[in-house]
Design a protein around this ligand. Structure first.
Ligand code: NAP
Length: 247
């Protein structure tokens, strides 16, 4: 895999940062990792330098179509090729009960969590088809499987990611390109900062393993889905949730 070009979104913190560490540790390839601001960009560059991994940190905003175009043009101009591996990890929440949900909260969540994946996947798939090899790994969520009160926008986007991935998987399977999702349960990152102690306790009671997941639990699965060991797996979802949901 050492010559592969990997595009990882949302690598500045949380699950994305754990995936970035894993990619560096396993010498998975040349890495293009995104952040929304200069602090995140710096954090990514430090990790690349720490592991002496070839790669760059680029600014990208999942809410902006111009930003998708700019990101992809920069990748092409810098490396003279498109990514062999695309890991769509960046995501946002704008939680609200449906009756109070503003159109902006709906649109931003669909845009960042689903539409951005459409744009990046479409651009990267073209090159993968030519090379007859590719890996697309999309980070969905347990809420795609079971829904969640207050997250109609997020659940719709994440369920959309699952349907999108299965459809694309069927389109490109014959070209040796796999497209899979990971559906994390509750993972200890900034995304869970909204929960108070009481809410945490309630969540933990529902998880048979009795703990929240760690970002590295997800990074291990990404490593597997990129590897030759998963070559015959496509259009599927890995549920990583400590037994919270057993499908
Ligand atoms: P996080 O700690 O909040 O990190 C979110 C990541 O997304 C950051 O790297 C952030 O980049 C990036 N991001 C946010 N807004 C963006 C935008 N507008 N454009 C581009 N990038 C943006 O969240 P996380 O828990 O690591 O989540 C990673 C993925 O896992 C997401 O898709 C999330 O939906 C999914 N997930 C998380 C959980 C969980 O319990 N944590 C559960 C299920 C699924 P900057 O820091 O540079 O802004």
């Amino acid at each position: 895999m050492s010559e592969k070009l990997i595009l990882l979104t949302g690598a500045s913190r949380g699950i994305g940062q754990a995936i970035l560490h894993k990619l560096c540790q396993t010498k998975a390839g040349v890495i293009v990792a995104t952040a929304t601001g200069e602090t995140g960009q710096k954090a990514i560059q430090e990790i690349l330098d720490q592991h002496k991994t070839q790669g760059i940190a680029l600014l990208w905003n999942a809410l902006s179509q111009d930003s998708h175009i700019q990101l992809l043009e920069t990748v092409k101009a810098t490396f003279d090729r498109m990514p062999d591996v695309l890991i769509n990890n960046a995501g946002i929440t704008r939680d609200n009960l449906l009756l109070r949900m503003k159109p902006g909260e709906w649109n931003d969540v669909i845009q960042a969590n689903l539409t951005a994946i459409f744009h990046l996947s479409q651009a990267c798939t073209k090159g993968m088809i030519r090379k007859r090899w590719g890996r697309i790994i999309n980070i969905s969520s347990v809420v795609a499987r079971i829904g969640n009160a207050g997250q109609a926008n997020y659940a719709a986007a994440k369920a959309g990611v699952v349907g999108f991935s299965k459809s694309l998987a069927a389109e490109v399977a014959s070209r040796n390109i796999t497209v899979n999702c990971i559906c994390p349960g509750f993972i200890e990152t900034d995304m869970l900062n909204f929960m108070n102690e009481e809410q945490r306790k309630q969540v933990l009671q529902k998880i048979p393993m009795g703990r929240l997941g760690s970002a590295s639990d997800i990074a291990h699965a990404v490593e597997f889905l990129m590897s030759q060991q998963s070559a015959y797996m496509t259009g599927t979802c890995l549920d990583i949730n400590g037994g919270l949901v057993m499908l």
